[in-house]
Design a protein around this ligand. Structure first.
Ligand SMILES: Cc1cc2nc3c(=O)[nH]c(=O)nc-3n(C[C@H](O)[C@H](O)[C@H](O)COP(=O)(O)OP(=O)(O)OC[C@H]3O[C@@H](n4cnc5c(N)ncnc54)[C@H](O)[C@@H]3O)c2cc1C
Length: 344
């Protein structure tokens, strides 16, 4: 089965929703594909209907954006996974009914990112998961464990620990591998103006402090212990290269281990379509090269949000809005309304 469409947006997170909304409001016929059943992506991850009454501010904001996208007439294809993309922009999309080929005139990729992992002995035991997975379970109303150890690098560990505490779990400790005082604090001025982030961070720290949860900087996980499931962990002080310092190992009691070492942009689709990539050292991955309109090196293919570089939800919203803005010569073949705008 195959279908001709005007504008395809892949991804229903902040970037994809804002791109779809901008394009639809400008008169384009937009089809949005999202792997999950609900729009929202990672940041606005939506709760199931039974937990709607307890939705957080963030989830309510996401729901509002989702409703705006619906009201703008966007065709939303949830539980539709784009599993291939040809250089002529043909999308292979799978859902429960099988695969359909879509041929869009313009394409906006807003596929987000995923968590970076580092393996250790025992990491395949049940009870080891990413912090994002723990968050996803929490938002479904499920506690991932009872005594939880979080290890990795970056603010998600802190946020997740605070959320777990709030939900009633016991957090054994939060281990931050980065030597914050040596590495991050000299660059702390970069956080100037990021008040929302700073407040979030301070609130999380406060939640840990109130519950006397140790926050160990320069520490990491060495191994998970257990036969059939996590029963404990070995942790250790780390050197500057994040190698365990011999003799500093300690045994920790826990039934769940949440890990995560920052995020990696998901560039799979932009690679498949042949978009030129550039190495981004701070995220340790290649990202598509884009012009000021978010267009990649492939005419008519745009990229927005974390999939094009980890910028957070605000950047994703903004980039989505820019990517969804006609007129562009390549978009001119779209709706009558668009063509008129372009002529003007
Ligand atoms: C695990 C995790 C947890 C995070 N937690 C926080 C947090 O607590 N606080 C915070 O400020 N930021 C958090 N972030 C970062 C924040 O969520 C992002 O900056 C923001 O959501 C980026 O928006 P986006 O639209 O680019 O991507 P996302 O929100 O990631 O949305 C991408 C969407 O694309 C869909 N998708 C991807 N590939 C395909 C495909 N092939 N076919 C169909 N659909 C596809 C996915 O289903 C998803 O819905 C987190 C990120 C991750 C990965």
């Amino acid at each position: 089965v195959s279908r001709e469409i005007e504008v395809a947006v892949v991804g229903g997170g902040p970037g994809g929703m804002s791109a779809a909304l901008a394009a639809a409001q400008a008169g384009a016929q937009v089809t949005l594909f999202n792997g999950y059943s609900r729009l929202g992506g990672q940041y606005y991850r939506q709760p199931p209907d039974r937990l709607l009454a307890q939705a957080s501010r963030r989830q309510r904001q996401g729901r509002e954006l989702w409703q705006q996208v619906q009201a703008a007439g966007v065709e939303i294809l949830s539980e539709h996974l784009v599993w291939n993309l040809e250089v002529d922009k043909t999308l292979a999309v799978a859902n429960a009914g099988g695969t359909t080929m879509f041929h869009p005139q313009a394409l906006i990729l807003a596929t987000g990112g995923y968590e970076r992992l580092a393996a250790f002995p025992g990491w395949t035991l049940p009870g080891v998961m990413t912090s994002g997975a723990a968050q996803a379970l929490l938002y479904q109303g499920v506690l991932p464990g009872k005594r939880i150890l979080l290890a990795g690098a970056g603010p998600l560990q802190l946020t997740t620990a605070a959320e777990l505490l709030h939900a009633g779990a016991a957090v054994t400790a939060v281990l931050e591998a980065a030597h914050l005082f040596k590495r991050a604090f000299p660059r702390a001025w970069g956080m100037w103006g990021q008040w929302e982030r700073l407040i979030e961070g301070m609130e999380s720290m406060l939640a840990l402090f109130r519950r006397r949860v140790p926050y160990r900087v320069g520490w990491g996980i060495v191994a998970a212990r257990g036969e059939k499931q996590v029963e404990g962990a070995v942790i250790a002080r780390l050197d500057e290269n994040w190698r365990a310092i011999p003799g500093s190992e300690q045994e920790v009691d826990c039934d769940t281990i949440c890990i995560g070492y920052g995020f990696v942009p998901f560039n799979g689709l932009s690679r498949l379509v042949g978009a030129q990539q550039i190495w981004q050292a701070d995220v340790g991955e290649e990202v598509p090269v884009r012009d000021s309109k978010m267009q990649t090196s492939v005419p008519g293919v745009y990229a927005a949000g974390d999939g094009a570089g980890m910028g957070g939800y605000r950047t994703a919203l903004l980039e989505g809005r820019i990517a969804g803005q006609p007129p562009r010569p390549v978009w001119g073949i779209g709706s009558r309304q668009q063509r008129q705008r372009f002529k003007r």
